[in-house]
Write a protein that binds this ligand. Structure first.
Ligand SMILES: [Fe+2]
Ligand SMILES: [Fe+2]
Length: 305
């Protein structure tokens, strides 16, 4: 059995010592600072302790993989990115390692994007077992686990000039890599978690807005429907939810935020479990993380066809 911990949107807060005046030569970051000062500061005040507890729980549970789907920072400044890398290092040193995708806050403005600051700081964690399908720089990345599971990571968090937009989009050149990976013999007969930062739907099941969601989700999901064992997992929305498969889309799991006060959440995916694949919600409660096995969700199974 393969067990994967999926968490997202930890939003470490900016420490004064990590900020420089030049970080604020962008309207988005000034707006982001106001958002931080008025709202986020309180919601994510305990991120440090909660993520440390998650790492301790992961070590105890010996998960086969730790998947983080972005928004490690709040304003995406170089100092925050460095700090987030140091703090997440504990996952990278676990046997399951750390798989990571940047979120829109980690590629907040053009300076962090143009300098590829997140990639420069986290790219030692980037690796693909199918490098021939990496059509867009580091992306997509494919990681194989045992003979039954895989994780395919897509990156679509690109900065917007318009501060009203926080949506994402998977570049066409990366979709070519997705096509190549999904038709690769190594993924046949595996359950594949397709991981991105942005998702297609809101928690109520409606399409997320053009301001906030995954822009090209129809193009992405038309491809994913061809793979019988594909499951889409993402972050970006700070509320955990699950939408079962329909005729038009594969199952979709949003991890919510691991650190949003009062809504701390994650998922555990168990692939090749003796009674079938399943997803288990995990909550932070009374200072520690627990899996709610009583609320497990069955998953499609693509092994032993
Ligand atoms: Fe977020
Ligand atoms: Fe986000």
């Amino acid at each position: 059995m393969i067990r994967i911990l999926h968490f997202s949107d930890i939003h470490y807060l900016p420490h004064l010592g990590t900020l420089a005046l030049r970080d604020f030569f962008a309207l988005r970051r000034i707006a982001g600072w106001l958002n931080y000062a008025l709202f986020r500061r309180w919601r994510f005040a305990a991120s440090d302790a909660i993520v440390d507890a998650l790492a301790a729980w992961s070590a105890k549970e010996a998960f086969d993989a730790n998947l983080f789907t972005g928004d490690a920072t709040s304003l995406g400044t170089p100092g925050e990115i460095e700090l987030a890398r140091k703090k997440l290092d504990v996952f990278a040193h676990l046997p399951g390692g750390l798989l990571v995708i940047p979120g829109n806050h980690d590629r907040y403005v053009l300076d962090t994007s143009a300098g590829n600051r997140f990639d420069a700081t986290f790219s030692d964690l980037y690796r693909s077992d199918l490098p021939e399908t990496q059509t867009d720089g580091h992306w997509p990345q494919v990681r194989l686990f045992g003979s039954s599971a895989a994780i395919l990571l897509l990156h679509g968090a690109l900065p917007h000039r318009n501060i009203l937009f926080s949506s994402g989009s998977i570049p066409e050149v990366q979709l070519a890599g997705l096509d190549a990976a999904l038709s690769h013999a190594s993924l046949r007969n595996r359950t594949v978690l397709i991981a991105a930062h942005h998702g297609p739907f809101s928690s109520d099941g409606r399409h997320d807005s053009i301001f906030h969601g995954l822009d090209d989700s129809d193009a992405v999901f038309a491809r994913l429907r061809r793979h019988p064992g594909a499951i889409f997992v993402h972050g970006h929305i700070h509320q955990r939810f699950y939408h079962p498969a329909t005729n038009s889309h594969i199952p979709v799991f949003c991890a919510g935020s691991a650190t949003f006060a009062g809504r701390e959440s994650a998922w555990v995916f168990e692939i090749d479990h003796p009674t079938g694949n399943r997803a288990i919600p995990a909550d932070f409660t009374s200072g520690g993380w627990v899996a709610r096995y009583e609320n497990s969700v069955p998953l499609p199974c693509n092994t032993k066809l």
